[in-house]
Design a protein around this ligand. Structure first.
Ligand code: ARG
Ligand code: ZN
Ligand code: CA
Length: 259
């Protein structure tokens, strides 16, 4: 059987307006959700339709705020930095560099770096897949979709943006395979996971079961998966093979996190 892997986290809070300097309590509320979701302890797991109850899996991955900083000194696992930038852009990735108004990553082979800031274009968050440059490795989430209290705004106030982004950080793709951008490519993409049904595009909001696409009836899309685009209240599970893919990542490109 697989060991439970525990990953040290640093949350970098970048704030321009005082309300963006989110509280320790808001960060704690996010850590609770992240750990529940990755241990299949989220109370809303009961929303999984009976047909996928056996496919929904405990990911055996836990996250804790770092207690030791890169210099070996005690830390809360939270950094707070005032910035003159009113918003950060995913394209420029400028939140990850002190010289551009953000703050530099802690060594990304030892910490999961999470930057929380105001993101432009209403973006909820974004992530870097394994294998990319170390100094930009980690995930970014807007302060409006982080945790379950404070500045978190419905319908993205249940902490699922971070769950989704950490899924990407551990090599998960969107459940629909990111196809359909070009006409005629619908249903041709893959998330490289066999126990998620082939699905056309993203689902949004709070769909009702079943949602059929790509001839995937009668059960249809697994829209209640963390790697779809539904509201926070509607995403509740990872699958067995998604979990295997995340652990393959932890045995491979992210093996520095194995103790
Ligand atoms: N748009 C983001 C991404 O593709 C995150 C979507 C998160 N969805 C949510 N219900 N919180 O990475
Ligand atoms: Zn995504
Ligand atoms: Ca699939």
């Amino acid at each position: 059987q697989r060991d439970v892997i525990s990953i040290p986290v640093v949350v970098h809070v970048l704030w321009n307006k005082p309300e963006q300097n989110i509280s320790d309590e808001q960060i704690a509320s996010q850590m609770i959700v992240l750990n529940q979701d990755f241990r299949k302890q989220n109370p809303d797991i009961s929303q999984v339709p009976p047909v996928w109850e056996d496919t929904a899996e405990d990911a055996d991955i836990e996250f804790h705020l770092a207690t030791v900083d890169p210099e070996g000194l005690p830390t809360t696992g939270i950094t707070r930095t005032h910035t003159s930038k009113e918003q950060f852009s995913a394209f420029e990735d400028d939140v990850k560099t002190s010289a551009t108004g953000g703050i530099d990553a802690w060594p990304s082979d030892q910490y999961l770096n999470i930057w929380v800031c105001a993101l432009s274009y209403g973006l909820l968050g974004y992530a870097q897949f394994p294998g990319g440059p170390a100094h930009t490795d980690g995930v970014v989430v807007t302060y409006k979709a982080f945790g379950t209290t404070g500045t978190a705004e419905a319908p993205f106030n249940l902490g699922r943006t971070l769950t989704h982004e950490v899924g990407h950080w551990l090599d998960l793709r969107h459940i629909w395979g990111d196809d359909g951008m070009e006409p005629g490519t619908e249903c041709t993409g893959t998330d490289h996971v066999d126990d998620t049904p082939n699905q056309d595009g993203p689902n949004f909001g709070t769909p009702s079961f079943p949602q059929i696409s790509c001839n995937n009836g009668p059960d249809g899309d697994m829209f209640m998966n963390f790697m779809d685009y539904v509201n926070d209240s509607a995403m509740v599970m990872f699958t067995d093979e998604q979990v295997e893919r995340m652990h393959a990542c932890l045995q491979g490109p992210r093996s520095s996190f194995l103790s």
